[in-house]
Write a protein that binds this ligand. Structure first.
Ligand code: NAI
Length: 680
């Protein structure tokens, strides 16, 4: 909508909810700029968003459709702005991201509200800014700052030093009058209109910045083509703008069709779908404002922080004063560190902490709309706790358990209200990790599930619906993967070969380093608990049990699969471990052979794919894509590979089938082979 203020046309970008630059909006901006340009009474133009934000960028729903390429495309809008004979000034409030920022960069001037943020999230989708962002931002803020912004994929405050050079004014309130004044100043100035096109960068400085940033890329970034492409694009700022824009375009188009961008776009979509319940479970959620968390250990404190950060009130309950005090201190320390690192201010920390109440008095549970239990992972303990919750919680409250493996129904049955009981499986650290498995018990009611989904989203998590089966989705797949990796030890690989093959394809850590970090005794305890019901004929690798018997429980005891000195991991396993592994191979009658990195990677992935097929056919997962959400959000699976289901869908089917049959043969008796068709 166009309005006139002091002879300046104010063009409002308005396309709720995030002012994405879809086709209709692009068309409108171009028309209004042309109208303003041809109107002799108009001296210049201010481009402004609505009162909340400038623009979050391209319209993601246009990706992969004709609309994305229908004129006027974003580059046409941008050149209309840049070539306008009258000054165009962007007035930025809220956020200007991606294409929104690219539009603002082409203006002849920019002013911003102090609370505004700008950024290029493209690398998170496997892309680079494709409409001049990599060419114009370095010209305005310098190559070093621009690269930091582009490679981080995160928004930065306009007051950040990296934004120096972008804005002629940063104001505390109402940007429009300041932007109008800036237009009038440009009109009255004798100089020609400032144009980014006219800025030439020092090639030596560009090269130095690009080299420096390239050397700082981590292993996972190096595996994703977008990071290298961003550096190459910024390198092109040594050329004239037009030439640089063409290079950027070519790099961008290559990325759009790349597998990693496809995978990241896919995850972007399926992550949003994950929190939607299937139609037969639609119900109105219950209201939740007051949470109670039982158990103030690692998980309980993390869950409490996540809830406090989401403006909820939290009652933290422990079995005794000492444990309660430890939890209180954990939360206090967290907020103190956040303030010290400048992530939040004192006021925000104090406000969040003020919503925390602690107690050892169970009768106070009556205050809670939703109770989350995070006590020891022991069915008996949890059943006792739920018995008490049932006595004290008010009718209609949702009763949740954070168990990692235990049977939700066996917990629910001790209450008089199993319909209100649900699993909310957070991941550690619970205030950081995005994944939330929402576990549906046999009797869990639809409105309780709906409440959990809404709560998960409010806590800024990605909630995923799971059926009540041992390990739910994530731990079940992870167990199958870890078991396959153990088979590979017996077949001939050393732990470091397995770990490095998997980190080389982008896993955050290899399975043996992870096991050492979390403590081998957790798996050992579980194995002992399952020993009685384990099929004696199945392939079982006992290396971990033997390590534990020797007191090698992982990092915390200084040794597990690896030896740790000063908390630094040895890069290879020591002779003791190698002897144990050799012995395991001999006992199974296996002649050890070397396994290539590719074989290790494929076997690990195939094990996940097989388990994914089983989970889907058993109804533990409702959608195949949910499995990818779980693995990428909670288990360090490389996002740019999309997840095991995405990976499988991009493999040749015959090869997959043959390899899965081989996997089943090698595992031998008791190995359940999933139906691949269900995934593809
Ligand atoms: P933790 O040992 O750090 O904390 C457990 C807390 O519960 C302790 O502070 C203890 O005093 C308290 N507690 C025990 N019995 C109690 C009772 N009867 N009444 C009140 N408080 C009681 O354990 P952590 O790691 O926080 O685990 C808690 C739960 O979260 C377990 O079910 C675990 O499987 C699950 N979980 C743990 C993850 C992790 O990485 N640590 C990840 C996901 C789930």
């Amino acid at each position: 909508m166009l309005s006139i203020q002091n002879d300046v046309a104010v063009i409002a970008i308005n396309n709720p909810p995030v002012n994405s630059l879809g086709h209709a909006l692009r068309e409108k901006i171009v028309q209004e700029i042309q109208m303003a340009q041809s109107d002799p009474a108009v001296l210049g133009i201010v481009l402004v968003g609505n009162d909340k934000l400038f623009s979050a960028g391209s319209d993601v729903t246009e990706f992969g459709t004709d609309l994305q390429f229908r004129e006027p495309i974003l580059r046409t809008v941008i050149s209309t702005v840049e070539d306008c004979q009258k000054p165009v000034v962007a007035a930025i409030a809220g956020i200007a991201l991606g294409g929104g920022l690219e539009l603002a960069l082409a203006c002849h001037g920019r002013v911003a509200l102090a609370s505004a943020r700008i950024g290029f999230p493209e690398v998170n989708l496997g892309l680079i800014p494709g409409s001049g962002g990599t060419q114009r931002l370095p010209r305005l803020v310098g190559p070093e700052a621009a690269l930091t912004i582009i490679l981080s994929g995160q928004p930065v405050a306009v007051t950040d030093h990296k934004c120096l050079g972008l804005f002629s004014a940063i104001v505390e309130d109402d940007v429009i009058p300041v932007a109008v004044q800036r237009v009038l100043d440009l009109v009255n100035s004798k100089a020609s209109l400032p144009n980014v096109r006219d800025i030439d960068l020092d090639p030596a400085q560009v090269r130095e910045s690009v080299d420096k940033q390239r050397s700082k890329l981590n292993g996972r970034q190096r595996l994703q083509p977008a990071y290298g492409a961003a550096l190459d694009a910024v390198m092109a700022t040594t050329q004239k703008l037009e030439a640089g824009l063409q290079i950027e375009r070519a790099l961008f188009l290559d990325l759009v069709s790349s597998k990693s961008a496809q995978a990241l776009r896919y995850l972007f979509k399926v992550e949003r779908e994950a929190s939607r319940l299937p139609p037969d479970l639609h119900a109105s959620p219950r209201q939740v404002q007051q949470l109670a968390v039982i158990g103030a250990g690692t998980m309980g404190s993390g869950i409490a922080i996540a809830a406090l950060d989401a403006d909820l009130s939290v009652l933290l309950l422990e079995q005794d004063e000492n444990a309660l005090e430890r939890g209180r201190q954990r939360i206090k320390t967290h907020y103190r560190e956040r303030v010290q690192s400048g992530k939040i201010n004192e006021f925000q920390a104090a406000t969040n902490e003020s919503r925390l109440t602690t107690t050892t008095d169970w009768s106070r549970l009556v205050e809670a709309d939703l109770v989350i239990e995070a006590v020891f992972e022991d069915l008996q303990v949890k059943r006792e706790v739920f018995g008490k919750i049932d006595v004290h919680a008010r009718q209609g409250a949702v009763l949740a358990t954070n168990t990692s493996y235990l049977d939700i129904d066996a917990i629910a049955e001790v209450t008089q209200r199993p319909q209100d009981v649900i699993g909310l499986h957070f991941f550690s650290p619970a205030n950081v990790m995005k994944l939330l498995e929402v576990v549906r018990g046999d009797k869990t009611s639809a409105d309780v599930l709906a409440t959990a989904m809404v709560l998960g989203t409010r806590l800024k998590k990605t909630p995923v619906l799971c059926g009540n089966a041992f390990g739910f989705i994530g731990n079940r797949i992870y167990n199958a993967y870890r078991r396959q990796c153990e088979f590979m030890l017996e077949d001939g690989a050393w732990p470091e070969e397995v770990d490095s093959a998997l980190t080389a394809m982008g896993f955050a850590m290899g399975p043996f380093a992870v096991a050492d970090l979390s403590g081998l005794d957790i798996a050992w305890r579980m194995r002992k608990a399952q020993a009685a019901t384990r099929d004696p004929g199945e392939r079982y690798v006992s290396i971990l049990d033997k390590l534990c018997e020797q007191g090698r429980l992982g990092r915390k005891t200084g040794a597990g699969y690896y030896v740790y000195t000063d908390d630094k991991k040895a890069t290879v396993t020591d002779q003791t471990v190698r002897n144990l592994i050799d012995q395991a191979s001999v006992e199974r009658g296996i002649e050890r052979r070397s396994l290539s990195a590719e074989e290790i990677q494929r076997r690990a992935l195939l094990a996940m794919v097989n388990e994914a097929a089983l989970l889907l056919s058993e109804g533990v997962a409702t959608r195949a894509e949910d499995i990818d959400v779980v693995l990428t959000q909670g288990y360090g699976f490389p996002r740019w590979e999309g997840g095991p289901v995405f990976w499988a869908r991009h493999q040749e089917k015959h090869r997959l089938e043959a390899e899965l049959s081989q996997l089943a043969r090698e595992a031998g008796h008791g190995f359940a082979l999933g139906n691949l068709e269900i995934l593809l």
